[in-house]
Design a protein around this ligand. Structure first.
Ligand code: IMP
Ligand code: MG
Length: 186
């Protein structure tokens, strides 16, 4: 951990935080467990860890270092039309992984599952790539997605129905670097 939580008022630039929902120690302990779960779940075969940018970048960085088997890493950039705290509209793939997906176990890593719209679209697209398997790993799940096509096989935490920032999660590109996850005051 590089930042003391007591200094978060400063790092937030005066923006009010309602509360810290998951502190850095809690996150790291759970991420280590998830790495062990993933290691055990894939005894053999090629495993490609596909991080969904930008939100998963810190989670993915911590997670992959706890996976005790060979892996490959690539990224996807998906953007949903519209901005703000409510995700809306269709989903576009802005960056397609250069790594071959065929014949590999694909583990899609997402920061948070909210409406599930992004994931449903991605699962549809990746489902056409002839992977050996396709599973989902999410740090947070709000459990409000009405028709999620694939539930995460690996899940960090159930998330409260609040807008969360930190540990990769942003609000208008701010707060991604916070080592903890906080809910933002309205
Ligand atoms: P979905 O398509 O509605 O599931 O939205 C998924 C994406 O919206 C996530 O990958 C996040 O980037 C973003 N998102 C959803 N909820 C939150 C939140 O509480 N804080 C920050 N970003 C969020
Ligand atoms: Mg986002």
């Amino acid at each position: 951990m590089t930042l003391e939580q007591s200094s978060f008022a400063k790092v937030m630039g005066g923006r009010a935080v309602k509360r810290i929902v998951f502190d850095a120690e809690t996150i790291h302990a759970r991420v280590r467990q998830m790495g062990a779960e993933i290691t055990a779940a894939y005894p053999d075969g090629d495993l490609l860890v596909l991080g969904l940018l930008k939100g998963s970048f810190i989670f993915l960085g911590d997670l992959v270092r706890t996976i005790g088997r060979p892996i490959q890493i690539d990224f996807l950039v998906a953007a949903s039309y519209g901005s703000g705290t409510v995700s809306s509209g269709d989903v576009r793939l802005l960056y397609d992984p250069e790594t071959r997906l065929e014949g590999k176990h694909i583990l899609l890593v997402e920061d948070i599952i909210d409406s599930g719209r992004t994931l449903n679209r991605l699962i549809e697209l990746l489902g056409k790539r002839h992977a050996l398997s396709l599973e989902l790993c999410a740090l947070l799940h709000k459990h409000i997605a009405p028709d999620l096509k694939l539930e995460p096989r690996f899940l960090g935490f159930d998330a409260p129905p609040e807008f969360l920032v930190g540990y990769g999660l942003d609000h208008a590109e701010n707060f991604r670097h916070l080592p903890f996850i906080a809910s933002l005051a309205e």
